[in-house]
Design a protein around this ligand. Structure first.
Ligand code: SAM
Length: 297
């Protein structure tokens, strides 16, 4: 189907008339778009994308597929992580001048592991209006289909690739007393599940959601040990969300055990600060206790 397909245009027009008054001047709309199934664009999103003066897109070529599918001919402009900061003033000026703008990302909900945060901040700081037009998000789709307690939960997004930041993020995720949602690339899935298993233990339940809303949608459930082995042997294709289930209620080691651990780390040459952070990350020890143990040892 193309942008000039009369049937598509008629359907889009009819749908848009359901919410004819959707667009206001001087407003930045944050519009969620489908994560696979093109039917997951809301009627309101369609009306807003048709009605605004300009659509700010993470990638204008990528956006064209969606916009053509719905016969949306609104002008577009690129707004991605590399030009977001310097575009902010321009966006604010356009809104202040009465323009209506929509922000979309390549898929799902902007700002959720996608660009947009700095623009929204700048617009809010100027006292201008930001209006969300909610819809698809891979994190929420994975969470509601995973079959683990979903509330409360944390959307962590992509883990840092390496180093101390990755270690701390994994420690935090594994200790979290509720479900944690992670984005991951298919090529790194096996390694990430292995890293999580090392910290959370091989028995922790986990769900891997793949190709959500698409033809090969799949939820694979098991333990970290099982799924790490499976995906290391069978590297997957497509897009992936990991839903790590909650940490079981932790029993804090006794202070004597913590002190010995702190002493061992100090004897290995770690600084008091590193030891304090290690105790907090690994065991969830309160900062003041970790500080004391790290400095006593
Ligand atoms: N803002 C988007 C959202 O709200 O879903 C997420 C953007 S993030 C850059 C892209 C990541 O989301 C992918 O690498 C993948 O982990 C996940 N993702 C996006 N679409 C997906 C899908 N259809 N199925 C599974 N995961 C998906």
């Amino acid at each position: 189907m193309t942008g000039s397909d009369p049937a598509a245009l008629a359907a889009a027009d009819a749908a848009a008339r359901l919410v004819p008054e959707a667009v206001e001047q001087g407003v930045l709309y944050i519009v969620s778009t489908p994560i696979g199934h093109l039917g997951d664009l809301s009627l309101r999103a369609l009306a807003v994308l048709q009605g605004v003066d300009r659509i700010l897109c993470e990638d204008t070529r990528h956006a064209r597929t969606l916009l053509q599918r719905y016969g949306i001919r609104t002008p577009t402009a690129a707004l991605h992580e590399h030009n977001e900061a310097r575009s902010a003033a321009q966006v604010v000026a356009q809104l202040a001048g009465g323009a209506s703008l929509a922000l979309i990302s390549d898929a799902g909900t902007p700002l959720v592991s996608d660009p947009g945060e700095r623009i929204v901040r700048a617009v809010v700081d100027e006292g201008l209006r930001v209006v969300p037009v909610p819809g698809a998000s891979a994190a929420l789709a994975a969470l509601v289909g995973a079959g683990v307690p979903a509330h409360p939960s944390t959307i962590l997004g992509f883990l840092p690739r390496k180093g101390g930041e990755r270690t701390s993020a994994i420690a935090w995720a594994c200790r979290c007393p509720h479900a944690v949602v992670l984005y991951e690339s298919p090529s790194r899935l096996g390694a990430t599940l292995t890293d999580l298993a090392e910290v959370a233990g091989a028995e922790r339940p986990v769900v891997v959601a793949r190709e959500l809303t698409k033809h090969f949608e799949e939820f694979r459930r098991g333990t970290l040990g099982e799924l790490a082995a499976y995906y290391t042997d069978t590297p997957p294709r497509g897009e992936i969300v990991i839903v790590l289930s909650a940490a079981p209620p932790a029993e804090l080691p006794t202070e004597e055990v913590l002190r010995r651990e702190a002493e061992t780390l100090r004897a290995e040459g770690q600084s008091a600060r590193t030891v304090m952070e290690a105790l907090m990350a690994k065991h969830g020890v309160a900062r003041n206790v970790a500080y004391r143990l790290a400095h006593e040892s």
